[in-house]
Design a binder for this molecule. Structure first.
Ligand code: DSN
Length: 415
């Protein structure tokens, strides 16, 4: 970054500061990860200069011979990775991918059954503050006391509400969904089935958990969470919906695709097709289970009864009388970044909820395994229990930084 450093030292300094923060701290926000140096090179490339509205072989502007290679590779690798019939790699991120999917197959006012946000769903699955909730009518389903979805209840709700779409997927739910049951309910009521796999796409690609792709009409995802690609989105679907999805993406919702990011997606998909990625995905599951069990031992209530994926949702207020905001701040001080999060039907506000969400994908990318996760759980417990004791927090912070130094990031990056 020699040129940037000279030309715009303020921006350079902020980027260098962020790199140091990422290297010295422990990233445990469940939706974050570290891309490879090859992905960084692709997204920082001159592909950013090109406009390429349309699709490979059918573009509106000239000069697409190399762009078409990049986008075609991204599509074919995604198809191979997920076994999808059709893939659109142009969505800029997860929220656009969901809006594209809704608008491809629904009319304004149509009804969608989606998971309630406080039970682990996502803002774009029907929260009233979103544009999609202004256009479509969302009805929320919830989890039970045991943390599972009652599929009989979901079926009864679907029969009563007659939705046009049944939407599965989440951003803070931690259990394995029964894909076949979702698909069967959708079929029974004549609804389109859609699943948002943004959080678990890497686990599915790495075959660490089952794939929903064969069962659902439409599958949306981001590419930057467990999948470990650049910040972006993607829509997969059955051939039957291919034309509608492509049309809804461009010209329906977006203009020119970001081909430098699409190149980064292609590189990341190439990485995910290698055996090392499956190993990483399996290690995520092992690490998350250790985190769950260790935190339980330290007296924390783990929501939904535990985890089957890469994250845990912890009721810190119910367990220790410390609010989500206080716990988040204390963990920040020791160099462990998490996010405060609502728990099902949280009586507290989203700005200071009862829980924190903790994910292990990024630390797994760094190479941390069960032994390190046990240490991390101990530090998390100590920091939350002593969240007002600056001295203790400082000592733990030193330990966190020492561990991070043993698992360096970006060894070849010459910044
Ligand atoms: N912000 C992402 C997450 O943290 O889950 C989802 O949009």
């Amino acid at each position: 970054m020699k040129i940037l450093k000279k030309q715009d030292p303020k921006i350079y300094k902020a980027i260098a500061g962020e790199l140091k923060r990422q290297q010295e701290g422990m990233e445990m926000i469940a939706s974050e990860n570290y891309v490879s140096e090859a992905v960084l090179e692709a997204i920082g490339s001159i592909l950013t200069n090109k406009y390429s509205e349309g699709y490979p072989g059918k573009r509106y502007y000239g000069g697409q011979e190399y762009i078409d290679v990049v986008e075609s590779l991204a599509i074919s690798r995604a198809k191979e990775l997920f076994g999808a019939e059709h893939v659109n790699v142009q969505p800029h991120s997860g929220a656009p991918a969901n809006m594209i999917a809704y608008s491809a197959v629904l009319q304004p006012g149509d009804k969608i059954l989606g998971m309630d946000l406080s039970h682990g769903g996502h803002l774009t699955h029907g929260h009233p503050v979103t544009l999609s909730a202004n256009i479509y009518k969302f009805v929320g389903y919830k989890t039970e006391k045991n943390g599972k979805i009652d599929y009989k209840k979901l079926e009864a709700l679907a029969i009563q509400e007659k939705p046009k779409m049944i939407l599965a997927g989440f951003s803070a739910y931690t259990r394995q969904l029964d894909y076949k049951k979702f698909a069967a309910i959708a079929k029974k009521v004549g609804a389109i089935s859609m699943i948002d796999i943004a959080h678990i796409a890497g686990l599915i690609a790495g075959k660490a958990i089952p794939s929903p792709v064969p069962y659902f009409d439409i599958v949306t995802t981001t590419t930057h969470k467990t999948l470990r690609g650049p910040r972006g989105g993607m829509v997969m679907c059955k051939e039957k919906y291919a034309k509608a999805i492509d049309k809804a993406t461009f010209p329906g919702f977006q203009g020119g695709p970001h081909e430098q990011v699409i190149a980064g997606k292609a590189v990341a998909f190439g990485e995910a097709l290698k055996p090392a990625f499956a190993k990483y995905a399996r290690q995520i599951i092992l690490n998350a289970k250790v985190l769950e069990l260790e935190l339980k031992n330290y007296g924390f209530k783990i929501m939904f009864g535990g985890t089957d994926n890469h994250m845990v949702l912890v009721d810190v207020f119910g367990s220790k009388g410390v609010t989500g905001k206080e716990a988040d701040a204390a963990l920040d001080k020791i160099g462990i970044t998490v996010n405060k999060n609502v728990i099902p039907d949280d009586p507290r506000s989203p700005m200071d909820p009862s829980g924190v969400r903790i994910g292990v994908a990024a630390v797994t990318t760094r190479g941390m395994k069960e032994k390190e996760i046990k240490k991390i759980a101990q530090w998390i417990a100590l920091a939350i229990e002593n969240h007002t004791d600056e001295k203790i927090l400082k000592v733990i912070h030193t330990d966190v930084m020492t561990l991070c130094k043993k698992f360096p990031l970006y060894k070849n990056l010459n910044w």
